[in-house]
Design a binder for this molecule. Sequence first.
Ligand code: PMT
Length: 403
Amino acid sequence: MLKGKKIVLGVTGGIAAYKAVDLTSRLKKAGADVCVVMTEHAQEFVRPLTFKEISGHKVATSMWAGNAEFSVEHIALAKWADLYLVAPATANIIAKMAHGIADDLLSTTLLAMKGPVILCPAMNTDMLENQATVANLTALRHRGVTVMPPAEGMLACDTVGGGRLPEPRDIVSFVDCFLGENGGDLAGLKIMVTAGETQEPVDPVRFIGNRSSGKMGYAIAKAAASRGADVLLIAGSVNLHDPFGVKIIKTVTTEEMLDACLKNYDKMDVVIKAAAVADYRPAKATPQKIKKGDEALSLSLVKTPDILAELGAKKKDQILIGFAAETENLIENAKKKIGKKNLDMIVANDITAEGAGFNADTNVVRFIFPDGKVLPLEKMDKADVAERLLDIMIADLRAYRKK
Ligand code: PMT
């Protein structure tokens, strides 16, 4: 995602400084090279040694400490960085930046930085809403500084409101959207992704569902957003964190998912249906809990609508990509679905294979095209499957459509 990107992470003195440790680790895992700069106050919360061990670089803490890696450190660091990320950014550093004050290493490197800067403000709600802070942030935005909106919730000062540092995974997604290696190649495209299971109620406590976790669909939505697409995620029942920068409609039943898909279909350029949709539902959900009675209980089931087939029938210019979860005759069964549902491509997964299908973090898939071509991929993280799927979509399917 951030492979080869050089990021200076400025850590200032707020309680959320501890989250910057996780953030450093996540940025590294995403492929970035991270150099940390800390203020004196930040060092009261977390020791530089922790960041040194995780980032693999000496932590810059003082104008006078010297650094063998970067001579004239404040200038060299600013020149080295593709991005300067300040997280957490206190009201103090925001005020200093707004007024060009450079009285320590962090503020001096920021003043020397010609490249992009992202601030992640984190502070008490009243401080955030104070007119001075509001004016400082506005001034910085006008100068081209990007401000990631703070999250809301319980703050360290025991109040509830805005001013929380967003979760490190969301900051990484934000940075990725801003700086991702794919550089926004999906910008301008509207993409709808479905994910997770649908649930069909039997009674108020029971339902017919399946083992889909939503990980595959969420990975696609997240990857598409980080490559600049305008993404609408239609989610079934999942227990996953909402991906940053993605609009979400939450649904439970197949009917609800169908309704959400149809309402938004006409606006879309691409639809990717990774959701595992129930094929049948109870003919009638009982309003009261079904009591234990005879040895056997029969449920009468009726077919649910096939959402993908309906979208295929209504298709105009959209690129329509389905998934096929198979336990036997993978390619043959998947190929039949391409024709039946009028698809541009199907992603077939043999869900009996090790590391493939439901709930795994990895998947083993084959991309199958209407002309019968099959492109097999090795086992990889769902995030990587998502990137490969989007690569194929943008390179082949879109180019083909333009002919
Ligand atoms: O969510 P995870 O735990 O990460 O697991 C990922 C996954 C295994 C769910 C995913 O990779 C996958 O294979 N999704 C499709 C599952 C499925 O329902 O396959 P199917 O072969 O039954 O359906 C074929 C296609 O028709 C799918 O795109 C499905 O969304 C769609 N469909 C099916 C039935 C129906 N009533 N309406 C539909 O739209």
